[in-house]
Design a protein around this ligand. Structure first.
Ligand SMILES: [Zn+2]
Length: 295
């Protein structure tokens, strides 16, 4: 199975567990799902930096510890969902915890380890099942406002919600996470990907200097203070190329996390290719930095 398919399948498994073990209504409660399986869940204050949580094994008994250095309910619930992914996904326990011991996780789409990524996708599917998510998203409008409404409803972080939004929406949307003048990652909706002749920024590349996000990040206190900004732009300001389309750039600082979330929405771009969702595409969503032309 190719990586993209494995990640999709992990996401589906999360959705199934949300329906069958969770109650199938938002917000899905990962703590209740763990309790249902007899898994003890506890906070852990003194984790190494970058560790989001841990799965512990003793014989056939399992426990979850989740990091609390980021005081965000959404981050902590996502971390617990990630550990549940290792518990529920086929082959994970055999790989990461074949014997008694502890597995330390790096949740949040930052790891390149396929098991970590699968657990992240499981967690996204668990906490934001596509059907429930899309039904509610319909009532939430577009852009950052929609992301914030959905984050409240799912009790998920703005970041995880924005990524799920870009993945599921029919709208032309790009979600960019940045630190200082650098792009940490960028997720793009299928409709946005259909724009011809534009190049998506790569992980670690510089923010386009003329954008409102670049100016916003020049003032770190605004990021720390969770300040906001917005600007009317053209998609070519961000992605180059000859395609011109008006877009809204909405920016919010993520506080002590030190990152900035930008949501680009392009309301004039109409989706024509969305139905052709190609199941056998072998590229992982986040690796779609280079545009995939669908014609
Ligand atoms: Zn893990």
């Amino acid at each position: 199975m190719g990586q993209r398919l494995r990640l999709k399948s992990a996401e589906h498994r999360g959705e199934t567990v949300a329906r069958e073990v969770g109650k199938g209504v938002l917000p899905i409660d990962p703590f209740a799902i763990a309790a249902d399986r007899g898994i003890l869940v506890q906070p852990k204050a003194d984790t190494d930096s970058g560790v989001s949580g841990m799965l512990l094994r003793h014989g056939d008994s399992f426990g979850i510890m989740y990091a609390t250095h980021i005081p965000s309910e959404g981050f902590q619930r996502f971390s617990v969902g990630h550990e549940l992914g290792h518990f529920f996904l086929d082959g994970h326990i055999d790989h990461i915890l074949p014997d008694d011991g502890v597995h330390a996780s790096h949740a949040g789409f930052t790891s390149v380890d396929p098991y970590e990524l699968e657990a992240d996708h499981f967690s996204a599917g668990l906490l934001m099942p596509s059907k429930l998510f899309l039904r509610e998203l319909d009532k939430c409008g577009q852009g950052l406002k929609a992301v914030e409404s959905m984050a409240r409803m799912c009790r998920t972080s703005l970041t995880a919600t924005a990524i799920r939004y870009a993945e599921l929406t029919d709208d032309a949307v790009a979600v960019v996470m940045s630190t200082n003048n650098t792009i940490s990652y960028c997720f793009i909706s299928d409709t946005m990907k259909s724009l011809p002749e534009i190049s998506w920024p790569r992980k670690g590349s510089l923010l386009p200097p003329s954008t409102a996000t670049a100016r916003f990040n020049e003032e770190p206190r605004r990021v720390a203070a969770a300040d906001r900004s917005e600007a009317e732009v053209d998609v070519s300001d961000w992605f180059g190329g000859d395609s011109s389309a008006e877009a809204m750039e909405e920016i919010v600082g993520l506080g002590q996390y030190g990152k900035t979330l930008t949501v680009l929405t392009c309301p004039t771009l109409v989706d024509e290719t969305y139905q052709e969702e190609d199941e056998n595409e072998d590229a992982y969503l986040e690796e779609s930095w280079t545009p995939r032309f669908r014609r």
